[in-house]
Design a protein around this ligand. Structure first.
Ligand code: SAM
Length: 275
């Protein structure tokens, strides 16, 4: 299982190059994409397409080759195979047949995003892609709301704004990050509470390039410490909620005491002539 770059062509390990050269065949999602990588490194190993649409028919052929003692390298278009990419059934079949499976670790977008976002990394849940339709997406998010871990999600640029709005509605005003174009020239991490991120992408339109979304765990006080941020969260919540509900939502998202937030929300609402 060979990891390949997620953007920067130099992020390939020496061991990956050795194995791709030594393998009898390289199974890959898209032979044209993998051929480009192989050409850069002067590797002439034959490739074979292995993707969601042909996996059931190609897998037995790969298993036959493995049983003959051949080396099959599996790569995806980018990053680590099996991570929201094909491969797990092949690995399982190989294991059941007593064939050795080895990981050649390297780039993976979820880990790269965690490494640069500055959100808690001691516990995280890789969610992968959420459903494309809002109703199903909100149902999935509601199930995740109580998870005491940073959430790591993939999202298509065209769905990012709608998806962030659903996250804000289901998860509350938690601190979050959108990590874009990781390892590439225009790499960017945008950090803000979920409602602010949703508003940003609603106004700015779909971002260019690929993104990973990270959401801080519920009640993660450290990720939302400063008072200015608390005021912004309360002001956003006060636009839709009563003072009591706004204080409760921000308390749940930040771990700050509800009583202190209620007093602050009262002051902010008074200043604005709110409820
Ligand atoms: N197996 C891959 C890995 O380990 O990184 C992930 C494959 S998944 C089909 C593709 C998703 O990964 C994209 O939709 C995007 O969410 C994320 N992604 C891949 N490359 C990225 C990059 N350079 N920057 C940000 N996100 C990236």
């Amino acid at each position: 299982m060979v990891a390949t770059p997620i953007g920067n062509a130099r992020d390939i390990t020496l061991r990956a190059l050795d194995l791709l050269t030594a393998a009898d065949i390289i199974a890959c999602e898209d032979t044209r994409i993998t051929r480009k990588l192989l050409t850069i490194h002067d590797i002439a190993t034959p490739t074979l397409g292995y993707h969601d649409h042909n996996a059931a028919s190609v897998r037995p052929r790969l298993m036959q080759r493995l049983k003959k003692g051949e080396i099959v390298a599996l790569v995806s278009d980018a990053g680590t195979p099996l991570i929201s990419d094909p491969g797990y059934r092949l690995v399982n079949a190989a294991r059941e047949a007593g064939i050795g499976v080895t990981a050649l670790p390297g780039p993976s977008a979820p880990l790269a995003a965690l490494a640069v976002a500055g959100l808690p990394t001691d516990r995280f849940l890789f969610v992968g892609f959420l459903p494309a339709k809002s109703t199903a997406r909100r149902r999935s998010l509601a199930e995740l709301a109580g998870t005491p871990a940073t959430l790591v999600l993939f999202e298509a640029p065209g769905r990012l704004a709608a998806s962030l709005a659903d996250m804000a509605a289901e998860l509350g005003p938690r601190e979050a990050a959108v990590a874009r174009e990781l390892t590439k020239k225009f790499e960017e991490v945008r950090r803000a509470p979920l409602p602010d991120l949703a508003a940003h992408y609603r106004d700015a339109g779909p971002p260019k390039g690929e993104v990973v979304v990270l959401v801080a765990p519920a009640g993660d006080a450290e990720a939302t410490v400063d008072d200015e941020e608390i005021d912004r969260l309360l002001a956003t919540a006060l636009r839709r909620d009563s003072i009591r509900d706004a204080a409760a939502a921000v308390a749940a998202a930040t771990g700050r005491p509800r009583r202190a937030l209620y007093a602050r929300a009262l002051a902010l609402a008074g200043r604005r002539g709110g409820r």
